[in-house]
Ligand binder design. Structure first.
Ligand code: NAD
Length: 494
């Protein structure tokens, strides 16, 4: 990474962003805008259109028209693949610009942002572009003079609501398979991370995606997100974010057209370290990175450390050492390990969780405070709390910040019991050299993604999805495609 190139991009003023509807930029129907505050310094970065319900309805109508006249789904697969490949190339060609814009908006450290945002988004779009002509129907083994065909069709209009932690990566997880299958999409970026995703949507049009096939509307979730959720013309809703919003989306669906709703809702992922882990020192470093990178704002963050009691004190000391070695600060400096917390609200919420953990008997062994910088902005020290009871707030509620709760265990059964004692089931880690124990844990721990002797980093080839209140449906891999197709049976008498 070249610091001087990053500095040059950071010095550029950010233009105001408006909606992207029917291939054109347009302001909110009432002309309203909202300020975008950079978490780096707490200053106004630019404005985006503050969308109205009417704007959302216009965007959905445009997507519906694009779907009905088959301007995208009706193109030969090879033509659609070419457009999506060109889009991935454009994302890659503009990677640094996209990453810096995103970091100025959401505060992720630039090293991680470059890899996880444009880097991952381009790879995802390419993955689904390559897959699009390999998904087709079936001939069923029917009996008698009947031919049974199973067609795979696009569903129609997909509404995609995206969070602020990784807007491009998570955006691409929805856009890639939805567009590859021939759907039209209306995108709703998060209030505090719209800019890079809006730019990525513009690049899709530059790559040749027909107008109306991808529309994007900025604004408040409670206004434009609600209008999307209640629309009679959205067929599928795909979402990553909080459980509270997920519940609302299910209600919106029930109150409107019973649209399909797929939710990815975060977790309270257990990272279980046994005394027989192959390399405890490596386990401590990876465990620290697994919770603290991106200031803990990662849905699969390893936020609960379950440590075998016999190694508890030594292991915690290693984790604390790794945490204290991580540089917190300006996310646009290449040697920063932990960037900014996304917003003042989120930072206050994180600090509130630390206060509650203390009040419930936890011991804050490092961190716990806001870090004040000369430039302002929202920074928090990586925080380790020991003595966290399995039923404590810190063990039960997702913080979505750089706060690690540590709980000891003395047997495999107890580790499993504690691991499964939340409403979530998104991810987890298992550190051991015992093969049988590994497989027992893989069988017994309830989570969509389990890491063994590592944490994080799976690619597009494997699914990501939760169990319990971590959500339903899968992002990534060929399994994600199922969310964006309808099966239609044709029963033909020969
Ligand atoms: P949120 O659920 O409020 O926002 C996520 C998205 O939903 C945003 O685009 C937002 O505009 C939209 N939204 C909000 N209210 C809506 C509504 N009524 N109808 C439709 N859309 C709506 O999440 P947040 O406020 O950004 O973050 C709060 C918490 O969510 C975090 O602390 C964390 O626990 C969780 N979160 C999880 C992930 C994840 O990757 N699983 C990502 C971001 C946030």
């Amino acid at each position: 990474m070249d610091q001087s190139k990053i500095d040059a991009l950071r010095a550029k003023p950010v233009p105001a962003f408006s909606h992207l509807i029917d291939g054109r930029h347009c302001a909110a129907s009432d002309g309203a805008t909202m300020e975008i505050i950079s978490p780096i310094d707490g200053q106004v970065l630019t404005t985006v259109a503050r969308g109205t319900a009417k704007d959302m309805e216009t965007a959905i109508a445009s997507a519906r028209a694009a779907f009905e006249d088959r301007r995208w789904a009706g193109q030969p697969p090879a033509a659609r693949k070419k457009v999506m490949m060109a889009w991935a190339d454009l994302i890659e060609a503009n990677a640094l610009e996209l990453a810096v814009l995103g970091v100025r908006d959401n505060g992720t450290e630039i090293g991680m942002a470059l890899r996880a945002e444009p880097g991952s988004a381009a790879a995802t779009i390419r993955y689904y572009a390559e897959a699009l002509d390999k998904v087709y129907g079936e001939i069923a083994p029917t009996q008698g003079d009947i031919l049974g065909l199973v067609h795979k069709e696009p569903v129609g209009v997909v509404g995609a609501i995206i969070p602020w932690n990784f807007p491009l990566m998570i955006g691409a997880w929805k856009l890639g398979p939805a567009l590859a299958m021939g759907n039209s999409v209306v995108l709703k970026p998060a209030e505090t991370a719209s800019l890079s995703l809006m730019r990525m949507a513009e690049l899709a049009l530059e790559a040749g995606l027909p107008p109306g096939v991808l529309n994007a509307v900025t604004g408040e979730g409670a206004v434009v997100g609600e209008a999307m959720g209640l629309s009679m013309d959205v067929d599928v809703l795909v979402f990553t974010g909080s459980g509270a919003t997920g519940r609302r989306l299910l209600e919106y669906s029930a109150r409107s057209n019973m649209k399909r709703v797929y939710l990815e809702l975060g977790g309270k992922s257990p990272n279980i370290v046994f005394a027989d882990a192959p390399d405890l020192s490596e386990a401590a470093k990876v465990s620290a990175a697994g919770i603290f990178r991106n200031a803990g704002q990662v849905c699969v963050a390893a936020s609960r450390l379950l440590v075998e009691a016999s190694i508890h004190d030594d292991f915690v000391a290693e984790v604390v050492k790794a945490a204290e070695a991580m540089r917190v600060g300006d996310p646009l400096l290449v040697d920063t390990h932990i960037g900014a917390v996304n917003s003042e609200t989120q930072l206050r919420q994180n600090l509130g969780f630390v206060d509650t953990a203390r009040a419930e008997g936890g011991d804050v062994v490092t961190g716990g405070d806001r870090i004040l910088t000369e430039t302002g902005g929202y920074y928090m020290a990586p925080t380790v709390v020991t003595g966290v009871r399995p039923d404590a707030t810190l063990a039960q509620k997702e913080v979505f910040g750089p706060v690690l709760g540590v709980t000891p265990f003395t047997s495999d059964d107890e580790a499993v019991r504690i691991a499964n004692s939340t409403v979530y089931g998104l991810a987890g880690g298992i550190w051991t050299s015992n093969l049988s124990r590994t497989h027992r844990m893989l069988r017994d721990v309830r989570a969509g993604v389990l890491h063994v002797n590592t944490y994080g980093g799976p690619d597009n080839t494997v699914p990501l999805g939760g169990m319990g209140q971590s959500g339903n449906g899968q992002d990534k891999s060929l399994h994600a495609i199922e969310k964006y197709i309808n099966l239609k049976t044709a029963w033909i008498k020969l």
